[in-house]
Design a binder for this molecule. Structure first.
Ligand code: ZN
Length: 243
């Protein structure tokens, strides 16, 4: 086989392998993002629950203050009632007392409601905290796993880059430029095998003359339909012949 063609096949295999790392890297990173996102979602929920508790405590304090005021008022009313002279005065004080007692009841109910709310939110936080702790443990494990995977990929990738540099150094600039030009649009299918007399880039059947050239492999042949570089995959041809 033509030496340039042989190099091109090798080069395109290396490029394809290097590019195949990208989705693996993305997949590993997205796995890490996923657990981190889930974790921060729970953290936000806990924060919202804590805020709700804080607000409820504030409301509770306001109601307690109100109760104090109402009690003072009732106390003052009692003294006023003792000094009341007219029926009208007594009635007015009674009405005031009634209203104050109603408000007192309402404030007490409100405090009870707020206390229950605070209690249940605290329990929810407890559950979420436990969930978060488990998540943190999991995310630490995933992080370690992903980092290890990425380091391994990087190592392999580096090795391939070196291999590629070495190969390119011994190839002609003209051939490399030719390859790059096709690769610009054909990406990882710039160099493709011919199977059953069809280009495995565009899957069109190639004419007998081109096919004969590909079989000979004495020069670099391109697909007449798409322009990709063609080569005969000996192993695969035999396999398909057997099948
Ligand atoms: Zn083609």
């Amino acid at each position: 086989m033509n030496k340039h063609l042989e190099d091109l096949i090798k080069l395109s295999n290396i490029d394809r392998t290097i590019d195949a790392f990208e989705p693996k890297i993305a997949e590993a990173k997205s796995r890490l993002d996923e657990v981190e996102e889930a974790q921060s979602a729970v953290e936000k929920e806990i924060l919202a629950l804590s805020e709700e508790i804080k607000e409820s405590e504030l409301k509770k304090a306001k109601n307690e203050l109100h109760i104090q005021e109402l009690s003072d008022k009732l106390e003052a009313n009692k003294k006023k009632a003792a000094d009341a002279k007219t029926e009208k005065e007594i009635k007015a004080l009674q009405l005031e007392e009634e209203i104050a007692r109603e408000q007192l009841d309402f404030a007490n109910e409100e405090i009870e409601r707020l206390e229950n709310l605070i209690e249940s939110r605290k329990k929810e936080i407890e559950t979420k905290e436990a969930e978060l702790a488990a998540m943190k443990e999991k995310s630490a494990a995933v992080k370690e796993e992903v980092e290890k995977e990425l380091a391994e990929i990087e190592k392999e990738r580096q090795k391939l880059f070196e291999e590629k540099q070495k190969l390119m150094a011994q190839m002609s600039q003209k051939i490399l430029a030719f390859y790059d030009k096709i690769r610009r649009w054909a990406k990882n299918t710039a160099v493709v095998p011919v199977r059953k007399q069809a280009c495995m880039g565009c899957f069109m059947k190639i004419n007998d003359k081109t096919y004969a050239e590909v079989i000979k492999g004495e020069e670099i042949t391109t697909c007449p339909h798409c322009g990709r570089i063609l080569y005969l995959e000996v192993q695969k041809e035999e396999e398909s012949a057997e099948a």
